[in-house]
Design a protein around this ligand. Structure first.
Ligand code: KIV
Length: 276
């Protein structure tokens, strides 16, 4: 597999080829994404909920994100890896945003960063792009603003909200973002936004009219047992499979059926210490 770069992604959009993206948070999962040949990995701050057991993404820190991004980059050398900027890592000042975003490229080896927000993030996006940091924006349902939105809800259903999302997308394009995630946006709106932009749109709960799709690792593989959002499709049932395997292991250990000879190391009789 040749290295996926920002140019590969732009060419895909130009050639009307769909772009594939999934979240991953560690070395082995990154290796599996690469083996499956997807274009992009998002080390999402969804790791706060999926990996660390928080109720929202808000507690996730830059250090936690960098730790996981490094592992993903080690596991997927040819996939385009994007590090997600956590809550309050780009909100205090443009300078703080450039410093934190730069760490994803400099210390973790990511190729780009993602951040949530529309027109209000234009100064940050411009500064990051000026510093040579590719930016994937994220509008619609932006989980870091869950308290302001009053829950995880579809965004852009009424005319006013829809026009705002269109303006956000345009402003982010003009600011230099190379793409924008559209999360939980009605499919017809996502399609219109996609057609009006030259940059990529990556949908999650935004229908088939986007340039690409992203889903969360645990949802795709059926690891999550909690609420399943409507836009998720499970491609495996790893929760069930894993529990089955663990029960079998427990039972074999308890019965003395594991380990067998083939799982053990032998030694010559005369080297075994005598007990009496
Ligand atoms: O954090 C994340 O995983 C995300 C995706 C769901 C787009 O933002």
């Amino acid at each position: 597999m040749s290295k996926v770069t920002i140019n590969t992604l732009k060419e895909k959009k130009a050639n009307n080829e769909r772009i594939t993206m999934i979240t991953a948070y560690d070395y082995p999962s990154a290796g599996m994404v690469e083996a499956a040949g997807l274009d992009m990995i998002l080390v999402g701050d969804s790791l706060g909920m999926a990996m660390l057991g928080y109720d929202t993404t808000l507690p996730v820190t830059v250090e936690e994100m960098l730790h996981h991004t490094r592992a993903v980059v080690r596991g997927a050398k040819n996939t385009f890896v994007i590090g997600d900027m956590p809550f309050l890592s780009y909100h205090v000042s443009v300078e703080q945003a450039v410093n934190n975003a730069g760490r994803f490229l400099k210390e973790a080896g990511a190729q780009a960063v993602k951040l949530e927000g529309g027109q209000e993030q234009v100064p940050v996006v411009k500064a990051l792009v000026a510093a040579g940091i590719p930016v994937l924006a994220h509008i619609g349902l932006t989980p870091q603003s869950v308290n302001q939105m009053g829950g995880f809800k579809v965004q852009g259903k009424d005319k006013e909200q829809a026009e705002k999302l269109m303006k956000d997308a345009k402003a982010l394009e003009e600011a230099g973002a190379f793409g924008v995630v559209l999360e939980c946006v009605p499919a017809p709106l996502a399609e219109v936004i996609t057609k009006s932009l030259t940059i990529l749109t990556i949908g999650i709960g935004a229908g088939a009219g986007c340039d690409g799709q992203v889903l969360v690792w645990h949802d795709v593989l059926g690891i999550t047992q909690s609420m399943k959002p409507r836009f998720v499709k499970k491609y495996a049932e790893l929760y069930e499979e894993t529990i089955k395997a663990l029960k079998e292991y427990k039972s074999e250990v308890e019965k003395g059926d594991f380990p067998q000879k083939e799982h053990s190391f032998g030694m010559s009789e005369e080297n075994i210490p005598k007990l009496y």
